[in-house]
Design a protein around this ligand. Structure first.
Ligand code: TXA
Ligand code: MG
Length: 335
């Protein structure tokens, strides 16, 4: 039976309060939500995703006003960034409040917090919180290490019956996961690049943002920072634009079926190739990226060749995900 918008939010809330999992859209990717105040419910997230239990989750809140219930220190930097970017694709890592469970934080003394900018997510979070400050723990709604979902159909394909309900809010506007900034250690350290660039954060803060490579030994539990992540099942090779045509031709000469995600149009003799030309603008490219990778992955190709994106601040988040997708497919190949 189809339900109206309010009916769906009410049903989703009832399921969440009963300790069930509900997937919901955000502006970045779909999240797999559970009541962040219920450790048994949060445990179901790890089971559904096949995710190691020491990987911390982001708690999604209806508004920045709820921060005080989740973080024990709210530095001025957090207030500035919340005012500038929330609701929006930014996650802040802060020192956790005493009531926040180890299931959510992976045993860390910090917690990731975000107010997403999607009408359905905000309505769900507001209804779930009621007059309180409750939040939803939600990782991306994919199997661990795989491509994040940007449509409700992707969530179903990834998780099937492991999720009690999927709220359908259409395709996610941003398309790659939120920018993560760590404010728990005095300064401001970028842990995961996303649509909000380091320069924009620095401007809002009026001070420097340190850019962490992501794979450093002191950040092992930031799963989005594992070198191998966001990967299709098909091997994915990332190549410079100048080597693209040659790489594709060489793979075809070896008898491989090749699918291509390029920034340019296909060569004249490439009409039989599955060739996807990504958007010229980074926002459009990010919006389509994961759906395109899924499509190329499902095409029956033996190899996905992706043309590198510009080495430019506006493309940093996209370049990061492509690098990890290439690394991830390589790791699967070897194991
Ligand atoms: O855009 C997003 O952030 C999406 C949507 C659903 O909000 N969520 C998402 O969650 O990407 P997830 O779990 O797939 O990635 C969150 C990343 C993980 O790499 C996790 O390790 C890191 O955030 N994280 C969460 N809490 C942390 C903490 N306390 N310290 C360091 N990293 C943390
Ligand atoms: Mg994820």
């Amino acid at each position: 039976m189809s339900q109206g918008y309010d009916g769906q939010i009410a049903r989703a809330c009832a399921l969440l309060r009963a300790g069930e999992l509900v997937a919901f859209p955000t502006e970045t990717v779909y999240g797999l939500g559970a009541d962040a105040g219920n450790p048994q419910a949060v445990a179901k997230i790890f089971a559904a995703k096949g995710r190691p239990a020491d990987h911390p989750l982001i708690v999604h809140l209806a508004s920045a006003g709820a921060l005080t219930s989740w973080a024990r220190e709210i530095p001025p930097a957090a207030e500035k960034l919340a005012a500038a970017f929330w609701p929006g694709p930014l996650t802040m890592i802060l020192k956790r409040a005493s009531g926040v469970s180890d299931q959510v934080t992976g045993g860390h003394d910090t917690v990731g917090l975000r107010v997403p900018n999607h009408p359905l997510a905000l309505a769900l979070l507001a209804e779930f919180a009621g007059t309180g400050h409750g939040g939803l723990a939600a990782p991306s709604a994919n199997r661990f290490g795989r491509i994040s979902p940007t449509t409700a159909a992707h969530v179903r394909a990834e998780l099937g019956d492991a999720v009690a309900m999927v709220l359908d809010g259409g395709a996610c506007a941003v398309g790659i996961e939120s920018t993560i900034i760590d404010l728990s250690r005095g300064g401001a350290v970028l842990l995961r690049p996303g649509a909000i660039a380091a320069a924009a954060l620095a401007q809002a803060l009026g001070s420097k943002v340190e850019e962490c490579g992501g794979d450093t030994a002191d950040q092992p539990r930031v799963s989005g920072s594992l070198a191998a992540h966001y990967a299709p099942a098909t091997p994915l090779q990332l190549v410079a634009g100048a080597a693209l045509v040659e790489t594709v031709a060489a793979a075809r000469a070896r008898g491989m079926r090749v699918a291509v995600l390029a920034r340019r149009s296909p060569p004249r003799d490439g009409s039989d190739l599955l060739w996807h030309q990504g958007s010229a603008a980074p926002a459009g490219y990010a919006h389509d990226l994961y759906a395109t990778l899924r499509q190329l992955d499902a095409s029956g190709a033996d190899l996905i060749v992706v043309e590198e994106v510009p080495d430019d601040a506006a493309w940093v988040g996209i370049a990061d995900r492509l690098r990890r997708a290439a690394k991830g497919s390589l790791v699967q190949d070897e194991t």
